[in-house]
Design a protein around this ligand. Sequence first.
Ligand code: FES
Length: 126
Amino acid sequence: MRYKVAFEAASVGADGFVQVAKVNDVSEGAMVSSMVSGNPILISRIGGNLYAMDAICSHFFGYLPKGELRSNVVICPVHKAQYDVQTGKVVKNVPGLMKMAGGGKVASDLRTYEIRVVGDSILVKA
Ligand code: FES
């Protein structure tokens, strides 16, 4: 199993942050999925730093936590678009044939989330 689901996030705090996982849930080079305000997010740890971005591919809804994480790039399991988990930016778009098959639709950048650690908890700004 390449990823695990942390847990359903608790309610949003007064500062806009919500607990999404425990620090020990996210090991180096791993991907963990959680939820923020009903949106699936992907949490990863690269070089000791934690990152959070949307978990659903903007091309045709591939579930990125089921993809492959190579360094700071996650590869969509459906049509192989690639995103930088640190910035949410597309670093490699879908192949030309997939563009044609999808009526010209391509992947676009994903939202990233401010993240902080408090005690043993990972919090993300909703
Ligand atoms: S659904 Fe992710 S690249 Fe097509």
